[in-house]
Design a protein around this ligand. Structure first.
Ligand SMILES: [Zn+2]
Length: 115
């Protein structure tokens, strides 16, 4: 038996037999699989492609949560809203270059929480 992560959120894992490919459902795992709409896709959940995608999504979610903790949810939402707008702008490379320039009036060390 090997335990596979089958969804990037909610700590959703399933056990699968390496010898015959049979899936073992513990407790409420069957109901959870049905509820998540994953039953039709059961064979693909254990494929390398799906496993890679799940891993990537989980990783992105992890870093997004760390960023949200460090920056603060409200400030990060402002950044994301601006980023959305800037990326849709025809001159986004000029906007990004401008963002990288240090403003004239800025303290030497921005206030920051210790890491
Ligand atoms: Zn088996």
């Amino acid at each position: 038996m090997r335990r596979y992560r089958v969804a990037s959120e909610g700590g959703f894992w399933l056990d699968r037999c390496g010898a015959c490919g049979g899936v073992w459902f513990d407790g409420d795992e069957w109901d959870a699989t049905v509820a998540a709409g994953l039953l039709d896709r059961l064979p693909t959940l254990f494929s390398d492609a799906w496993q890679r995608q799940i891993e990537q999504e989980a990783s992105e979610r992890y870093w997004d949560e760390r960023l949200r903790e460090r920056v603060g949810a409200e400030d990060l939402d402002r950044v994301d809203a601006f980023r959305q707008w800037a990326w849709a702008h025809p001159e986004r490379s000029l906007i990004m270059a401008r963002l990288g320039e240090r403003p004239e009036e800025v303290p030497d060390e921005p206030e920051s929480e210790p890491a």
